[in-house]
Ligand binder design. Structure first.
Ligand code: SUD
Ligand code: ADP
Length: 284
């Protein structure tokens, strides 16, 4: 790989199941979740600069440059490594923001891994994961780069191998606030912890999302889309939404349902993966 400039993918994730099993003293919730990446990606291009400046070539609507997780990740990496290098970064955004697909966290993970490579810092994955966790609870799994069973706030990761169906992913054109859902007094936050083995058996009742009931109640358009998709295959929310998904055995079947869905909502067909395309691109 050339060190001049590099373009790397930042894939989306789905939570195939998500249980909330407790709440920590700092307010964060203890989860048990299964993460799977899909081949729906943002693309990030990095061009190194010798003047130490971190800059985005284009702004993302509604996110100030200094708040962008890509810029925050790059600055954090500069800080801990002491490098004098900078970078111009282009974000080609495909993933909806605040959609439960983890796009912002994935952008941060790709920035940490990409600049670690480009700036020749040689930080290992454990160090990158620790940095990533300070930026968001979902960043570690994107550094990890493999389907995973996750506990804690999503940072205790065990690699697993999942089926790789074709997913129909729908964005019902509403935005869900993750903090608001986690603060909701009616949220189910006392599910009994289960073992990974039990979770991996799949299917109901374990492959559910504990955020779903409250999200459906607070956001009727999401309830409507979930009910619509359930006519074709079992439908589920990813993360705290707003996106929802269903699995299909064939690409054709998924495409047929996505075509119908696109009459009402933004929708995609994406393949489930076990290895992140970021790891593939970095050759690790
Ligand atoms: C729920 C999940 C499941 O994958 O997905 P998303 O819907 O966001 O994609 C994640 O754990 C979200 O991760 P992420 O989006 O990185 O969350 P953060 O920025 O760290 O946290 C946003 C806010 O949500 C609440 N929060 C988040 C994670 C968690 N385990 N417990 C919480 O209570 C906290 O109030 C926190 O301030
Ligand atoms: N590069 C980025 N891409 C997406 N969102 C970003 C980015 N930088 C900061 N954000 C902020 O992070 C929030 C969460 O984004 P995202 O990870 O896409 O959603 P979710 O956590 O629901 O999966 C966004 O609403 C946005 O305000």
């Amino acid at each position: 790989m050339s060190t001049a400039s590099v373009t790397l993918p930042a894939p989306a994730k789905l939570n195939r199941m998500l249980h909330i099993v407790g709440r920590r003293e700092d307010g964060y919730h203890e989860l048990q979740t299964i993460f799977q990446m899909i081949d729906l990606c943002d693309q990030l291009s990095f061009t190194p600069r010798r003047d130490g400046v971190i800059t985005l070539t284009h702004q993302i609507n509604g996110v100030a440059q200094d708040e962008n997780l890509v810029v925050r990740a790059a600055r954090l990496l500069q800080q801990v490594s002491g490098t004098t290098m900078g970078a111009s970064i282009t974000i080609n955004k495909q993933l909806p923001m605040g959609g439960g697909l983890g796009g912002g966290s994935s952008n941060a993970a790709t920035t940490l891994a990409g600049l670690n490579h480009l700036w020749k810092l040689d930080l290992n994955n454990t160090a990158l994961t620790e940095l990533g966790l300070t930026l968001g609870a979902d960043v570690p799994v994107f550094i990890h780069g493999h389907s995973a069973w996750a506990e804690g706030v999503g940072e205790k990761l065990t690699s697993i191998t999942l089926d790789t169906p074709w997913f129909v992913v729908i964005h019902p054109r509403v935005s869900v606030s993750t903090p608001a859902i986690f603060q909701d007094s009616e949220l189910t936050r006392d599910s009994l912890p289960i073992t990974m083995a039990r979770a991996l058996q799949g299917g109901a009742p374990e492959w559910r999302n504990d955020c779903e009931a409250i999200v459906k109640k607070r956001y009727p358009p999401i309830a409507e889309a979930l009910d619509w998709l359930a006519q074709h295959a079992p439908s589920q929310l990813t993360g705290t939404g707003a996106c929802l998904f269903a699995a299909f055995e064939s690409q054709q079947a998924a495409q047929a349902v996505a075509k119908l869905a696109s009459q009402h909502w933004r929708s995609w067909v994406a393949r489930g993966l076990n290895t992140s395309p970021l790891q593939d691109a970095l050759g690790c």
